[in-house]
Design a protein around this ligand. Structure first.
Ligand code: 5GP
Ligand code: ZN
Length: 119
């Protein structure tokens, strides 16, 4: 989609600070980080939300979650088989949740204690 910010990043039309890439996923640092580590993990194909992706291409959703964990390991937030010190995956879905980019993205947040409940 030529008018989608994240599709344009996948296409290389807009620069991204890429930290992880597979044939079907891309992960890059958020431009406005909310934690010491704040990485966005996206499918390279355009899908607006996780709910739509799971119906269209469930394996790709698995790939996106696997990429998010790989980013957390790479960033020192977890080990392959463990969850220390820990990280949070968030995907805002729809206006009330504050979704501003309508291309599915998992926020991978960590490097500080996470508050609960979130705002
Ligand atoms: P949402 O609000 O949809 O859950 O998350 C969108 C995220 O994209 C926000 O955290 C915002 O900071 C990030 N973002 C918006 N524009 C850009 C950009 O041009 N580059 C990067 N790296 N992140 C962006
Ligand atoms: Zn897109």
């Amino acid at each position: 989609m030529s008018d989608c910010l994240f599709c344009r990043m996948v296409a290389g039309e807009i620069p991204a600070d890429v930290v992880h890439e597979t044939d079907r996923t891309l992960a890059f640092r958020d431009i406005n980080p909310q934690a010491p580590t704040h990485v966005l993990v996206i499918p390279k194909d355009h899908h607006a939300t996780a709910g739509l992706l799971v119906g269209a291409d469930p394996q790709l959703l698995v790939d996106v979650v696997a990429a998010a964990h790989a980013v957390a390991v790479q960033e020192g937030l977890a080990t392959e088989d463990g969850s220390e010190p820990g990280y949070r995956i968030v995907t805002n879905t729809g206006p009330q949740a504050g979704q501003t980019v309508h291309h599915l993205h998992l926020h991978v947040l960590g490097g500080r204690p996470m508050r609960w409940p979130p705002g």
